[in-house]
Design a protein around this ligand. Structure first.
Ligand code: NCD
Ligand code: ZN
Length: 337
């Protein structure tokens, strides 16, 4: 059995820089025609010059592959209309991190008062720049996303013309909010569709499944599966593939992030097929995102074949999700173009 996906996109991706970029970017570029690239480098991407030169490094790392990096800026409340108007053509979105909530987010936002954020968010609304949000408070780890939902709701009401993307949602509570406000949208990862917290710490601790936001309860996973499997028009695939070297994952202080770029499409096909909704995968991995962002990615057909595929133990120094395990589908690179 074969499955052709037209211009699949990854709407939340960490590509890093330097050697790591050169290792991981081609893996995404083989499976996807475009991706929203996260700006949480050290230092974060905050200027037009940084956006442009990072994009060039990504293009260099993916040379010969049909792949469009859709760039983002790291949100700062200092961004004004003139700056945003100038940088508009270089970016697809701006990513907001609460300060200190996840990897390389120290320079994020610590004041969520609408007054503090209004000048930048109003300018973004006017310029049609979507706002991507890592929606977690610094409360108890299992409650962080649910506690952030009232902030999403305040933002959605006050900035009614701003497209707000709830990144990597993990809870039933977030799904409910998403469905209540017209200008809220969401990305959903592969790993949050597959696992719950039990898979991370319920038996032996599995550092390669540890990420932010942490995987939650079975009922949360069920709520995510419901909207993903029906390819609800407000949700789209964003892997949040976040590579860290083994030394940072298999360590007393384990870095947060699951590396899924090379397994994303086969594992999604497996999951959607098992749920009897394989025909909805195209919308989930491309069509919905095109409508939400109003973009047309490069035309590219990615072919999947239903053949057992053993996932490599490592890519460079990074351990992927499903390392050493078998998946039911693989990407047929010979015919992907
Ligand atoms: C991401 C990373 O490593 O950059 N980690 C993660 O656990 N998801 C950051 C993020 O998206 O939170
Ligand atoms: Zn991320």
């Amino acid at each position: 059995m074969r499955l052709t996906l037209h211009s699949p996109m990854d709407m939340h991706l960490h590509l890093r820089d330097g050697d790591m970029l050169r290792t991981v970017a081609p893996l995404s570029a083989r499976s996807f025609s475009a991706a929203i690239v996260m700006p949480n480098l050290v230092p974060p991407i905050t200027t037009q010059q940084m956006v442009r030169s990072y994009k060039e490094r990504i293009m260099e790392a993916t040379k010969g592959l049909e792949f469009e990096p859709l760039m983002t800026l790291f949100f700062k409340p200092e961004y004004d209309y003139d700056f945003l108007a100038k940088v508009r053509e270089d970016i697809a979105a701006i990513k907001l991190y609460p300060a200190g909530i996840t990897t390389n987010s120290q320079d994020g936002v610590d004041n969520f008062s609408l007054e503090a954020l209004a000048p930048t968010l109003e300018a973004m609304s006017e310029l049609g720049i979507p706002l991507c949000v890592h929606g977690e408070t610094n409360g108890f780890v299992m409650d962080r996303e649910a506690e952030f939902v009232p902030i999403y709701e305040r933002l959605a009401k006050r900035f009614a013309n701003l497209k707000i993307i709830m990144e990597h949602i993990t809870t039933k509570r977030a799904v409910e909010a998403l469905l209540r406000y017209e200008n809220l949208y969401a990305t959903i990862t592969l790993h949050h569709l597959y696992i719950t917290l039990d898979d991370v710490i319920g038996g032996l601790m599995r550092p390669h499944l540890f990420c932010k936001p942490v995987a939650k309860r079975p009922e949360d996973r069920m709520a995510l599966r419901k909207v993903a499997f029906m390819a609800h028009e407000k949700v789209m695939f964003g892997s949040d593939s976040a590579p860290h070297p083994r030394s940072a994952k298999e360590a007393p202080g384990c870095a947060a992030g699951v590396f899924t770029a090379p397994v994303a499409l086969p594992a999604l096909a497996q999951l959607f097929e098992a749920a009897g909704v394989l025909e909805n995968l195209q919308k989930f991995v491309s069509d919905n995102a095109q409508s939400i962002y109003g973009i047309t990615p490069p035309a590219k057909e990615v072919h999947l074949v239903k053949e057992l595929w053993r996932v490599p133990e490592r890519y460079g120094d990074v351990v992927p999700m499903f390392a050493g395990e078998e998946l039911a589908w693989r990407v047929d690179e010979d015919t992907t173009a």
